[in-house]
Design a protein. Structure first.
Ligand code: NAD
Ligand code: MG
Length: 300
């Protein structure tokens, strides 16, 4: 896989591989970046910060792998102290991510736990505040995606777990975080192109992403009287462990991302600058907004 060069002008269609037969391997949920083949680009070899988040304190869920890891690396290189959260079963990825964050010479911590539990969400915010001495940026990025082709096969248990992880956790974490956040703080949620173009087979996931889009806009209007901005990023098809662990049927992985106008899947590193922008003061006039990073599958 060609590595992204953050500043070098190049053809976006050929900046990364267009996908090939290696994409068909799958692994159990939650999958590990350590076992992802081909590997993903989180900007570890390319992202260069310029002090845009100097001294900010950030909590990023799902920061061990995929988009969350790329965002954590970018935030740390922009000068932010960072806490990442992930599941205990992802410790191998979490430790790799943490090592990369510490190289940026900022405070970096990992707090493991399951955000589909309300009490853990409250504890995660409290522990983050205790470790970092404050909280200025909350990135609600963790997500659960399991493809089920037939309605009859979609269990209530899966439907509830998807909503608890993708939607309720965002509510619990935001509610716990806001009392600690100063004016100028930023909440950034990861929604999806699936919020606007839902696929058959992703009924629970796609509808949870629509809920996130609505939640983002409503919360933005609720919190602007505190000077807190709330926005979302909507990724298109991005090469991460989520897709290899039942997010897509194994036979569809070979063509993953090739249907978009750019003709290839995106890489986590291509998402991070949108989160940096929304977290920084550069986006001071932007709230209740969704930024699409979709390879050309534009938002309505
Ligand atoms: P990923 O697997 O690397 O990240 C998802 C993370 O969610 C996991 O690393 C895990 O730490 C976390 N998570 C899941 N369940 C959890 C739980 N119960 N408690 C705590 N953490 C939990 O995959 P990714 O693609 O980087 O996903 C990040 C976000 O991007 C998700 O919200 C996903 O829905 C969204 N997204 C991804 C794509 C894509 O094509 N990859 C497209 C649109 C949106
Ligand atoms: Mg992970």
């Amino acid at each position: 896989m060609a590595k992204r060069n953050q500043f070098c002008m190049q053809d976006p269609r050929t900046q990364y591989s267009t996908g090939n037969t290696h994409y068909d391997k799958s692994q159990p949920d939650p999958a590990l970046d350590a076992k992802l083949s081909p590997g993903a680009d989180h900007g570890e070899d390319s992202y260069q910060g310029s002090g845009r988040l100097q001294g900010r304190k950030a909590l990023i869920t799902g920061g061990d792998s995929g988009i969350g890891r790329a965002v954590a690396i970018a935030f740390a290189r922009e000068g932010a102290d960072v806490v990442i959260n992930y599941l205990p079963s992802e410790r191998q990825d979490g430790e790799t991510a943490l090592e990369q964050l510490k190289q940026a010479d900022v405070q970096a911590w990992a707090i493991e736990g399951d955000i589909s539990d309300e009490q853990f969400c409250q504890s995660l915010v409290q522990q983050t505040k205790d470790k970092l001495g404050g909280l200025d940026i909350l990135v609600n990025n963790a997500g659960k995606q399991q493809f089920v082709a037939e309605l009859a096969d979609l269990s209530s248990e899966q439907f509830q777990k998807t909503y608890a992880t993708n939607v309720f956790a965002m509510f619990w974490l935001s509610k716990a975080a806001v009392p600690h956040m100063p004016a100028g703080a930023s909440i950034i949620n990861t929604t999806s192109i699936q919020s606007y173009q839902p696929s058959a087979g992703l009924l629970d996931y796609a509808s949870s992403k629509s809920a996130i889009t609505g939640f983002t806009k409503s919360l933005a209007k609720m919190l602007i009287n505190k000077g807190i901005r709330v926005n979302a990023v909507a990724p298109g098809p991005i090469w991460t462990p989520l897709q290899q662990s039942g997010g897509q049927p194994a036979e569809k992985l070979q063509q993953f991302g090739q249907h978009v106008p750019l003709g290839r899947p995106g890489q986590p590193a291509e998402l991070a600058p949108a989160y940096v922008y929304l977290a920084s003061q550069e986006s001071s006039y932007v709230t209740a907004e969704v930024i699409g990073v979709t390879g050309g599958e534009h938002l309505p």
